[in-house]
Design a protein around this ligand. Sequence first.
Ligand code: ZN
Ligand code: ZN
Length: 827
Amino acid sequence: MEYDFRMMEKKWQKLWESERLFETPNDSDKPKYYVLVMFPYPSGSLHVGHVKNYVMGDVVARYKRMRGFNVLHPFGYDAFGLPAENAAIEHGIHPGIWTRKNIDTIRKQIKRLGISYDWSREIATCDEEYYKWTQWIFLKLYEKGLAYKKKGAVNWCPRCKTVLANEQVKDGKCERCGTPVTIRYLDQWYFKITDYAERLLRDLDKLVGWPEHVKTMQRNWIGKSEGAEVVFKIDGSDESLRVFTTRPDTLWGVTFMALAPESPLIEMLTKPERKKDVEEFLNRMSQTDRHKRTALEAEKEGVFTGSYAVNPVNGEKVPIYVANYILMEYGTGAIMGVPAHDQRDFEFAKKYGIPIRVVVDNPENPLNPDEMDCPYEGPGILRNSGEFDGMNSEEAIPKIIEFLEKKGYGKGSTQYKLRDWLISRQRYWGAPIPIVYCERCGTVPVPEDELPVILPKDVKFEPTGRSPLMSHEEFKKTRCPICGGPATREVDTMDTFVDSSWYYLRYVNPHDDDKPFDPDDVNRWLPVDQYIGGVEHAVLHLLYSRFVTKVLHDLGYLDFEEPFENLFTQGMIYKDGAKMSKSKGNTVSPDDMVEKYGADTLRMYILFMGPPEKDAEWSDQGIEGVHRFIRKLWNCYSIMMDEIKSVNTPDESVVNGEAEENLRRMLHTTIKKVTEDIEGDFHFNTAISRMMELTNELWKYLNTTKKKDWNLKLLRAIAEKFLLIISPFTPHLAEELWRMLGKDGFIMNERWPSHVEEYITMKEVEIAIQINGKVRSRIKVPVDAEEDEVLKLALEDQRVRKYVKNEPKRVHFVKGKLLNIVVNNAG
Ligand SMILES: [Zn+2]
Ligand SMILES: [Zn+2]
């Protein structure tokens, strides 16, 4: 029997496809299980790092089918957006053609791995039949007042020449290309995700199947803070400034106020004699990058407006500045400056000689304002704070809020760091925003029955900073759906994260032309039981999807409020110590590995590399080793095939001697372990280790026991059960050997075996424990227990412990018979 994996893998892939074994009906008597992997950007071909989560998902899908579930396991492509568009520009080819080509390549790559996707449900977000419904979702949000257009400061990537959502800016740089982001003032479309801030935060507690670190990232991104909004009157005017503070207990320590350079109040507050200085400062700020300006380590600077505000709690007049470290987007664009208790205010006050007044004392180490070289930011005991003196911060804060509310100085308030989701893009390769502008009727949504608004193909799409669709007259010019008069279309396209915020719903009815999904089907299949993908989407895709699901739930389309019940974030595959990337030239192609070792080897190696949540280093020796194991397994079957082929009564109940008993125990502990690893935390690596040990044990038995003494019924039972449990990992080899054993059907349609506890329990023997040569106790230990284990068990024994107070000097062990412990003072 030759292990001809090339022939074998092709053969089974063809059979699975022609028998349509991966296709899943929506209607079934079986319980449902929806396993989903994050779909790829088709911006090139896949490397082995990309396929890790597909292989993981496939093991889970195949396992769940064998456990009797109706398994939805779909695949698609996040095909719109910058990655595809940039790659297309680089290659001088239309993004549509480029994307199609890559989709064909990726599909072929995945089919060669034997991944059990229901290909009849394949979707690509750039297809009209898909983005029609992305536009429909936009309209639903618009109807509910959750999509709106406004002018504001937006993040701009000078290289991608488009705006970016806050979530797409990482450390001041473009998430896609790494270029430092600048600020522009533009009219843009937003989704009002802030309306859902509290629910998005609160419902994280319900997601017990999500990793803690992902939930923490979302909590921090939403950034809830509780405190007070306080009103400061402007001295000599009816106007006032509102500020938000999380520390109302420091209100008596306010010695200045500061505004963001973008604040519309500056003009009104600037006194004529300060005008020149203020204008000079604002000019300089407008040329400074906002991310640099507000960085923690940036020098704090500002300019005095000439106006004063009145602190409502003590009537003190404090100067109003404009300062570089204040952002218009957060809070109200104005702050109260408390230099004794805030680092940035402290640096600012030092520079401009503003008084520093301690109002919250450090209980451990009383503060002296004249000698402070840093502020005290912690809670403490209030002083210089009127009637609140002597209270600690925790008890003072609610009382001060109550006091503010009673006096009409302000109120308790909650703020979130989360901003609305900016969804317009000045790029070509995306779903057009379904809006038209009419001179008479204003902003008008495209009626549902006119969807999709088709993205034209003949567009000059090189990025110029202006939306490419703007120069496509035929697209732009339209008629108003209300009055029929001339109108123009919105020329921005939607952020690709809108496409991916709902794709998991479309897999349920991917080709339904009348609706995005069938209500019964979608509520039956969703939420997704197991989602697998990269942690880089923690605050982007995963937050947006939760938002869109909640909106559709509130509109009555969905019964559930959270889309993903369980989430697994897999680690990356590194090569030569670095993340795989084409530019570094350290990628490994799955096609090459499949050609050289076969899909089964590649699948198993990827899962064997370590705990799947951790990053792992690719090793050529590693995949060699796994390939040798698979060949050894094949050879075991090869050696016994003729003998066991015709045995049609597998039977494990009778074993003769220790070797057979061991073999049977090993099989059942392996079944148990593999089951637990798949059901548990996906530690496929330890499951595979067990299967390797079982293979070694089988190899040993077949090569040390004379053929005439083989327990054929036992071997037949082992041969069948081993194939069943290895089949999700190496499905091709399993199908091939299953057929060779004379089975008619496909192993993927068989039921998962269960272990027999009785076969796992090891036999015990009683052995004598001697202390300095005298028998002091007898204990029961597993038959094959070694010295370490027996010593450990002996030291747990009361009678032995009486004699052994210190570290034993020496031990003498005779397996299965006795253990002699030599000690200095044997009681
Ligand atoms: Zn960029
Ligand atoms: Zn009109």
